[in-house]
Design a protein around this ligand. Structure first.
Ligand code: WQD
Length: 329
């Protein structure tokens, strides 16, 4: 079978492409290269350059590569931007999904994986977030991911498509420097960006009800995220009857505070600038940590890499893109 990976030239998609191929699976990529980079793709992976909103491009990708399963990773993913541009997020994330899903259903594709997010939970008030924890997204971004899960489930039931939605927690790191995240929109790259500019990394609030007062998250290495996709794809491939309908957290089940992450950043980079505490960032929950029990039970998958590996590999990627960063380290 051949898997179409939408968003395969992106940070997470690029890792999924690599992991799928290492598992011996055949892949093709649909990407509009708006934030993706064709350089992330091995030369022999076919790329259809086009938007998930362009039905003709999606049809072409499905037909030309005789696709039998879809991993729909393409999406806009910045929470703050989604608050400012809700139309764009609903269009790209939901209409884009619907276009791909409808085209897949019409083409007889019966296996579909959807990239979802811990953002569907909003501000959970539990120690470990299970897939049964109520969803209450707090941004248009999170809303598009939750509504996307509903659409995927409904289409699966209506058309006999096996589906998996994977709820990513805080993704970090890189399998190799050139696959790293080019943006600086999350804690680890934002800390690198500050250090490179000679400034102290910032802690957005240290008065949360947590042991060190800073927010706790479940950081997951992007290579582990990618291997979860492989496990899910194999599970979908093994179900010809279209009976699989799973929603699974991808996390490590281990909470790490902002201060703890920044301590690792200091060790890895060699910069010894003490973090600077600023005001809380609006909308940040104190603690979001996954229960990873269900994915272990359903797919036999567990994470392998810890925070030190995430930060060290992210730093290698950052230094590739910002060679001046290493001089001070
Ligand atoms: C992590 C922690 C910040 C930068 C977001 C989305 C989520 C998912 C992952 C896509 C928070 C703190 C950050 C800094 C800091 N995305 N922080 N100083 O907000 O947990 O999750 O990305 O699916 O849905 O909401 O990630 O990396 O922005 O922040 O103190 O310079 O680091 O306050 O506690 P977040 P993040």
């Amino acid at each position: 079978m051949t898997w179409l990976i939408t968003g395969g030239a992106g940070y997470i998609g690029g890792h999924v492409v690599r992991a799928m191929r290492e598992a011996g699976l055949r892949v093709a990529v649909l990407d509009d290269l708006s934030t993706g980079d064709a350089e992330r793709l091995p030369a022999d992976v076919p790329l259809v350059e086009g938007s998930t909103l362009d039905r003709a491009a999606v049809d072409r990708a499905l037909r030309e590569h005789a696709v039998t399963g879809v991993l729909h990773v393409a999406a806009k993913k910045q929470v703050g931007e989604s608050v400012e541009q809700p139309f764009r997020y609903y269009r790209e994330n939901l209409q884009g999904l619907q276009t791909v899903l409808e085209a897949a259903a019409d083409a007889g594709v019966r296996r579909f994986l959807f990239s979802s997010s811990a953002a569907v939970y909003g501000m959970p008030d539990v120690d470990l977030v299970t897939e049964a924890t109520p969803c209450a997204p707090m941004s248009p971004y999170g809303e598009t991911k939750l509504a996307g899960e509903w659409l995927v489930k409904a289409a699966g039931a209506a058309y006999g498509i096996s589906t998996v939605a994977l709820r990513y927690f805080n993704v970090a790191g890189a399998a190799s420097p050139e696959l790293s995240d080019g943006g600086a929109f999350n804690l680890v790259p934002m800390a690198f960006e500050r250090l490179t500019a000679g400034a102290a990394p910032r802690v957005f609030g240290d008065d949360y009800p947590t042991p060190d007062g800073t927010c706790i998250r479940d950081y997951i290495h992007v290579s582990d995220v990618a291997s979860a996709h492989v496990a899910a794809a194999e599970r979908l491939a093994a179900d010809p009857a279209g009976e699989t309908s799973l929603v699974l957290n991808i996390g490590r089940g281990e909470g790490v505070s902002v201060r703890e992450v920044l301590a690792v950043v200091g060790r890895v980079t060699g910069y010894d600038l003490a973090p600077e505490v600023t005001a809380r960032r609006p909308g940040d929950p104190a603690r979001v940590v996954a229960s990873a029990d269900l994915i272990r039970k359903e797919l036999g998958w567990t994470a392998r890499h810890g925070v030190a590996e995430m930060v060290a590999s992210a730093w290698e990627g950052w230094c590739l893109r910002h060679p001046e960063a290493r001089r001070r380290g």
